[in-house]
Write a protein that binds this ligand. Structure first.
Ligand SMILES: [Zn+2]
Length: 525
C-alpha cells in the first residue's frame, strides 16, 4: 500500500509540473477598469492551440458572451516571437504552434460590472469572477492550473484557491480555477471554525463586534444543520463567504461556487438588528447566505447532468433546475426554521409569500416546471432593451414553483412512508448515489444525474403516488396540489382584500399531522 501511495504522489507531482497551464492576472491600470491576462500553455505536440472564452458562467444560465469585453489579443512562442492569433469564432482564437514547446497567449479584459457573474476592477479593488476573465485551452481544461496575481501592493487578496510556496494560487483544473472568485482591495476578513473547517467572512468595511458575533453564530447553526443532512462533514478544506453589502449597490445578487459564495445586497450592515423575523435586511442576509451555502452540496457537487464538468461554449440544458434551485430555496427556509433563526410563523409566512408570487404569474398556464428550467437560457438578461416581448406573462421562476414543489414533495414523502422517508432522505440518497458512488472523471467525484434517475428515486420510495405527483407538478401546467399540506396539519387560504395567500395551522391536528409538522419544522408540538 505504502509504495503505491508514493508512486501515485510522484506521478501526480510530475504531471502537475510538466503539464500545468500558468495564468497571470495583471492589474496595472485599475482606474481604466482593465486587466491583462497571460496564459502559458505547453504545446504537447499539437500543431495548433485553441484558446476560448466561456460564453456563460456556471450558476448563471444565460449566454453572456464574455469575449465581448476582450481586446488586444496577442500570442508568442517560448522565445518571445510573435505568433499568429487567428479569430475562429466569436470567442475562440487559434494559434499555429508546430515545433514550439510553449505558447504564451495574452489579452486584456474590460471589467466594470459588480455582480455574481461579471467582474469589476477600479482603483479601490477588484471583484473577479473567473468565467469572464480567464480563457481555457480547448481540450486541456483537465490540466492543473497555477495563477499568479499582480495587483497594487497594498491590496489584500482573498480566494478559496490554495497558494503554493512561490505565492502562486493553484487549481486542479480550469473548471475549479473559474469556480473560485477572487476579491482584492481593502478587505476586512473574519474567520471562524465550524466542524473543524475554517470559514472566512470577507467584507469591504469593518463589522461591529456584536453584529459579527450574532451573524457568525447564526451561520454556524446553518452550516451544522446543512452538513447534518448529508454525512455530517463539510466537503471542502476552507470556505469563503464574499459579502458586498452597501446601500449604493446597483445589483443585488448571490452566486454559489464550489468552496465559496458571493452575497451582494443593498443594505447597511451597521444598522441591522440580527433578528431575521423582524429585520428584512438581516432576513435577506442570512437567507441568501443559507441558500448559497446549501449549493455547496446541491448543484456544485450533487449536480444535474451537464453541470460539471461544463461545456462553456454554448447552452447546457437541464430540466432539473427546479431541484438545483427550488430545493435549495426550500432548504434555506428549513435551515432557518429548524435552527430556531426563524419562528414557525415566519416560516409559514415566507412560504405563503412565495406561493403568492408564483400564483400571480400568468405564465404558469403555459410552461411546465421542467420546461422553464430548459428555457431559462432564453429569458434572463438575454433580451435586448428595445425588444418588446410578453415573456413576463408567458413564463415564471423555477425558484418559486421549484421550492413549493420541494415542500409538497417533502410532505408527501413523509406522509406516504409514515415518517421513514423525506426530502432530507431523498437528498441523502442522491448524494450517495450520484456524488459519492457515481464514479469520477478529472473533475469532482461523482457524475451528473439525469431527470429520469432523480424521478426514479421518488417513485422507488412511494410508487405511483410519486409518479403522479411528478407528472402533475413537474411535467404539467395543472394547478399545484396544495391539499398535500393538510398532511402536515396546515391549510392555505386566499385573502381577497390583501390579494395574497396565507398558511395556517389546523386546530386539533391528528397524531400523523402533528408528527409531520414537528419533523418539518423542528417544532416541539
Ligand atoms: Zn441558487
Amino acid at each position: 500500500m505504502r509504495s503505491l501511495v508514493i508512486v501515485f504522489l510522484f506521478l501526480s507531482f510530475a504531471f502537475s509540473q510538466k503539464d500545468a497551464i500558468d495564468y497571470q492576472l495583471i492589474i496595472a491600470a485599475p482606474q481604466k477598469h482593465e486587466v491583462r491576462v497571460k496564459i502559458e500553455a505547453p504545446v504537447m505536440n499539437s500543431d495548433t492551440l485553441t484558446f476560448a472564452m466561456p460564453a456563460w458562467s456556471p450558476g448563471r444560465y444565460v449566454i453572456y458572451n464574455f469575449s465581448k469585453n476582450v481586446f488586444d489579443v496577442r500570442a508568442f512562442d517560448n522565445e518571445g516571437n510573435r505568433l499568429q492569433a487567428k479569430l475562429a469564432d466569436k470567442q475562440t482564437w487559434k494559434i499555429p504552434c508546430k515545433g514550439k514547446t510553449k505558447v504564451r497567449f495574452e489579452y486584456s479584459v474590460f471589467a466594470n460590472t459588480l455582480d455574481g457573474t461579471f467582474s469589476k476592477v477600479d482603483s479601490s479593488g477588484a471583484s473577479v469572477n473567473g468565467a469572464g476573465i480567464f480563457m481555457y485551452v480547448a481540450g486541456r481544461k483537465h490540466l492543473p492550473v497555477t495563477l499568479k496575481i499582480k495587483a497594487p501592493e497594498q491590496w489584500k487578496i482573498v480566494t478559496s484557491l490554495k497558494r503554493n510556496e512561490n505565492g502562486y494560487y493553484q487549481a486542479p483544473d480550469y473548471d475549479r480555477l473559474i469556480d473560485s472568485p477572487v476579491e482584492m482591495g481593502r478587505l476586512y476578513v473574519y474567520r471562524f471554525e465550524e466542524l473543524n473547517k475554517p470559514h472566512l467572512l470577507v467584507f469591504h468595511r469593518p463589522v461591529r463586534q456584536e453584529i459579527l458575533r450574532r451573524f457568525e453564530n447564526d451561520l454556524k447553526k446553518v452550516i451544522r444543520f446543512q452538513a447534518g443532512l448529508f454525512d455530517g462533514e463539510l466537503p471542502y478544506s476552507r470556505y469563503v463567504f464574499f459579502f458586498s453589502l452597501s446601500p449604493d449597490l446597483k445589483h443585488t445578487d448571490g452566486m454559489e461556487h464550489l468552496n465559496s459564495c458571493r452575497v451582494l445586497l443593498r443594505m447597511d450592515i451597521d444598522s441591522i438588528d440580527c433578528d431575521a423575523n423582524t429585520d428584512p435586511d438581516y432576513d435577506n442576509l442570512i437567507w441568501l447566505s443559507a441558500h448559497e451555502f446549501f449549493h455547496t452540496w446541491n448543484v456544485k457537487r450533487l449536480r444535474p447532468a451537464g453541470l460539471g464538468p461544463f461545456d462553456y461554449s454554448r447552452e447546457v440544458y437541464t430540466p432539473s433546475l427546479w431541484i438545483a434551485e427550488g430545493w435549495t430555496s426550500y432548504y434555506a427556509y428549513l435551515s432557518l426554521v429548524r435552527t430556531g433563526i426563524y419562528t414557525r410563523e415566519k416560516f409559514l409566512s415566507e412560504l405563503a409569500s412565495r406561493i403568492t408570487r408564483y400564483e400571480r404569474d400568468p405564465g404558469k398556464k403555459y410552461r411546465t416546471l421542467a420546461e422553464v428550467s430548459i428555457l431559462t437560457w432564453l429569458f434572463k438578461g438575454y433580451i435586448p432593451v428595445y425588444e418588446e416581448t410578453n415573456i413576463d406573462k408567458t413564463t415564471y421562476s423555477y425558484y418559486y414553483k421549484g421550492l413549493i414543489a420541494g415542500w409538497l414533495l417533502d410532505i408527501l414523502l413523509r406522509s406516504k412512508t409514515g415518517g421513514s422517508y423525506s426530502l432530507d432522505a431523498l437528498l441523502n440518497s442522491m448524494w450517495n448515489t450520484f456524488y459519492k458512488q457515481g464514479g469520477s472523471d478529472y473533475y469532482l467525484p461523482g457524475r451528473g444525474y439525469s431527470e429520469q434517475e432523480a424521478e426514479a428515486m421518488v417513485v422507488g420510495q412511494i410508487g405511483e403516488a410519486g409518479g403522479a405527483f411528478l407528472k402533475k407538478v413537474v411535467h404539467s401546467t395543472d394547478p399545484l396540489p396544495y391539499e398535500i399540506i393538510n398532511k402536515a396539519g396546515l391549510r392555505i387560504k386566499y385573502n381577497n382584500t390583501r390579494k395574497r395567500y396565507f398558511i395556517e395551522k389546523i386546530p386539533d391536528m391528528n397524531e400523523s399531522q402533528k408528527r409531520i409538522w414537528r419533523e418539518l419544522t423542528g417544532a416541539e408540538e
